[in-house]
Write a protein that binds this ligand. Structure first.
Ligand SMILES: C[S@@+](CC[C@H](N)C(=O)[O-])C[C@H]1O[C@@H](n2cnc3c(N)ncnc32)[C@H](O)[C@@H]1O
Length: 220
């Protein structure tokens, strides 16, 4: 059983959110233009936290939907981005909305693809790798149900020796990404970078190697 809601709620309560990035993710900025998305595409951000990438995606003219089950993260997102928002109930979710963005407060696995999909793009940064192996095996098929025909997933994973550290973030191998996605999609490894030198927090957790891997996953 992977990290539960209480685990993440505590992280947010104590603001132990080392995963949060103050600026837009450079991999998103670099690779989004290569995806050749249709204009005014719909983008889904799973396990969104208070990612500033969402504000950047709206500014690109995209329609963004995110899911995050810790309300504090959502409140902080709107507060820090100084975006006025409205709130409505869509059981089992509370939805926080502003122009170009709907953030669903609740469990990713409760999202209904028929009412919420289809999406043209999924931006998966620190989402798949935030779940353990069992959760990932359920996450991928549910995510693929939300993705429309010819939809794309821009995915960032990390790889390290799992005997050296316990996740999250979890190490997700090339073999696993291909095993979970390849049966129904085209999977392309775009770029692999060694990131340990820039990650003192993972050096002090005992890692001797850490790679970040960017994937482009395309639905036919
Ligand atoms: C590692 S953080 C990453 C946040 C964001 N993607 C980023 O890049 O900053 C993972 C987030 O997913 C949320 N989360 C984990 N499991 C979830 C689930 N089943 N449904 C909704 N949110 C979930 C956690 O509360 C946490 O804020």
């Amino acid at each position: 059983m992977g990290p539960k809601r209480s685990f993440w709620a505590e992280r947010w309560r104590e603001q132990r959110i080392g995963f949060h990035e103050a600026s837009v993710n450079p991999l998103l900025v670099r690779y989004l233009p290569t995806l050749e998305l249709p204009e005014s595409s719909r983008v889904f951000v799973p396990l969104a936290g208070k990612s500033v990438d969402m504000a950047w995606l709206i500014a690109q003219g995209l329609e963004v939907v995110g899911v995050e089950w810790v309300e504090q993260a959502i409140q902080q997102f709107f507060g820090e981005q100084a975006l006025p928002y409205a709130q409505r109930r869509s059981p089992p979710f509370t939805v926080y909305e502003c122009e170009g963005l709907a953030l669903y407060c609740g469990d990713f696995f409760d999202l209904d693809p028929d009412t919420l999909g289809p999406f043209d793009l999924v931006w998966d940064r620190a989402a798949m790798i935030a779940m353990d192996e069992g959760q990932r095996a359920a996450y991928v098929p549910h995510l693929l149900r939300l993705l429309g025909k010819r939809g794309r997933i821009l995915l960032v994973t990390v790889e390290y020796d799992s005997s050296e550290m316990e996740g999250p973030p979890y190490s997700v191998s090339e073999e696993e990404v291909r095993r979970l996605y390849a049966p129904s999609t085209e999977v392309e490894l775009v770029k692999r970078n060694s990131v340990l030198d820039d990650s003192p927090q993972f050096q002090s957790r005992g890692l001797s190697r850490m790679d970040s891997v960017v994937w482009k996953i395309s639905k036919p």
